[in-house]
Design a binder for this molecule. Structure first.
Ligand code: TXA
Ligand code: MG
Length: 370
């Protein structure tokens, strides 16, 4: 087993000597996790097939799920694409560095390991001083998926990276918590109109301000190219999860009713990710609550979601209840990640008790079964 080095850096003014140490590991074909503005990425030299295979091995990631290649300047991204379309240049000028990934035809130098065997490549310039310093110092394109074990929630802190990958990677640059909290928007610009393959940090509305109408992968499923990653279970806690819809009062009432049923046992097999308003409307501060911030601030909820999923996912917890948010702006990406974590389970407040009791029963049956 490797001993994973933890390299602490100031998130806004990273020490060049520490960055140089991490850059050297990348240049030698090693694996370094680093913060971006969205989530932590697990980086390797994108043009070195052996280094890239190391990412798949460390994460347990299926080999057909392609990686995003990170560079520090737009020109470097376009050098890895074949005939970049004009819309890509307009989007890059507006949103890079930032949480937008563009899928373009791949230049021949990009290995199949990186593209998962596709003839396209996903490219982005991240907006984080540590990521940019590392990319500049390494002077390489860096392939970096989220730095979690495949299927687990993405890491928004170095501690999350270590809890999944300690002993499996060479180093992590610890630059503190990330800002956006959900991953970049993945936009396929090889088709007209471009298609959002994964909603993320840049909303559809903001893209449309720059290039006019864009489609979403769900709009016309049969004809649209799909992002290979979307077919896998994602962002998933170990416990079952469900999204609950309703006003804070309705959700608080449903949770009070549900949780008071466990009070006599003193064991609460339910974790709850709720808005401040819902928490305030509860009859008491139940164990297992994690606050997502104000209901009208989906940015804050996006920033906290993955941390909350990891925090409430304790042994003995059979079900995680996540409060649903409105699906506009970044709320779209937030709800996409919540639905993936719950495997698509969404219920109204009135149906929660029923769903929760079934989930708890299934969990305890599972424990008794040999
Ligand atoms: O914010 C982010 O995008 C983070 C940070 C580290 O940059 N990275 C990230 O990478 O979320 P990952 O590997 O967890 O997700 C990449 C997504 C997957 O759904 C993958 O299938 C898709 O992008 N993707 C990558 N290359 C693609 C391609 N050529 N065509 C279609 N989808 C692609
Ligand atoms: Mg990921």
């Amino acid at each position: 087993m490797l001993r994973t080095k933890v390299l602490r850096v100031d998130p806004t003014h990273p020490d060049p000597a520490v960055i140089a140490q991490a850059a050297r590991i990348l240049r030698e074909g090693g694996l370094v996790a680093f913060p971006t503005e969205t989530v932590y990425g697990l980086g390797a030299h994108a043009l070195d097939p052996r280094a890239v295979r190391g990412i798949f091995a460390a994460k347990g990631r299926p080999a057909d799920n392609p990686l995003i290649v990170h560079v520090s300047r737009p020109e470097q991204a376009f050098a890895l694409a074949e005939n970049p379309p004009e819309v890509a240049e307009r989007l890059a000028a507006r949103f890079w560095p930032g949480p937008l990934t563009l899928v373009m035809a791949a230049a021949p130098c990009v290995p199949k390991e990186t593209t998962g065997g596709l003839d396209t490549v996903a490219l982005r310039v991240p907006d984080h001083p540590v990521a940019l310093a590392l990319l500049e110092a390494a002077d390489l394109p860096v392939a970096a998926p989220s730095a979690n074990l495949s299927g687990r929630p993405s890491p928004t802190r170095a501690e999350h990276v270590l809890s999944d990958l300690s002993g499996r990677i060479d180093a992590v640059l610890d630059g503190g918590p990330t800002g956006v909290g959900v991953e970049s928007t993945v936009l396929d610009v090889t088709v007209d109109p471009p298609v959002i393959l994964r909603p993320g940090g840049i909303s559809r509305e903001r893209l449309e301000e720059v290039i006019g109408p864009v489609a979403e992968a769900g709009d016309a499923p049969a004809e649209r190219p799909r992002s290979p990653g979307l077919k896998y279970r994602h962002y998933a806690p170990r416990a079952r999860a469900v999204v609950v819809r309703g006003s804070p009062q309705e959700i608080a009432q449903a949770l009070d009713r549900l949780l008071s049923g466990f009070e006599s046992s003193g064991l609460f097999p339910i974790g709850c990710l709720v808005s401040d308003e819902t928490a305030a409307a509860l009859s008491k501060a139940w164990p297992g609550l994690f606050l997502l911030g104000a209901r009208n601030e989906p940015e804050e909820a996006a920033r906290r979601l993955y941390e909350g999923l990891r925090e409430v996912d304790q042994p003995g917890v059979a079900l995680i209840v996540m409060e649903g948010y409105e699906e506009s702006g970044i709320g779209r990406a937030l709800m996409d990640r919540m639905r993936r974590a719950s495997g698509g389970a969404v219920v109204g407040a009135g149906e929660l008790a029923r769903f929760a009791l079934d989930a708890c029963k299934a969990a305890s049956d599972g424990e008794i079964r040999p």
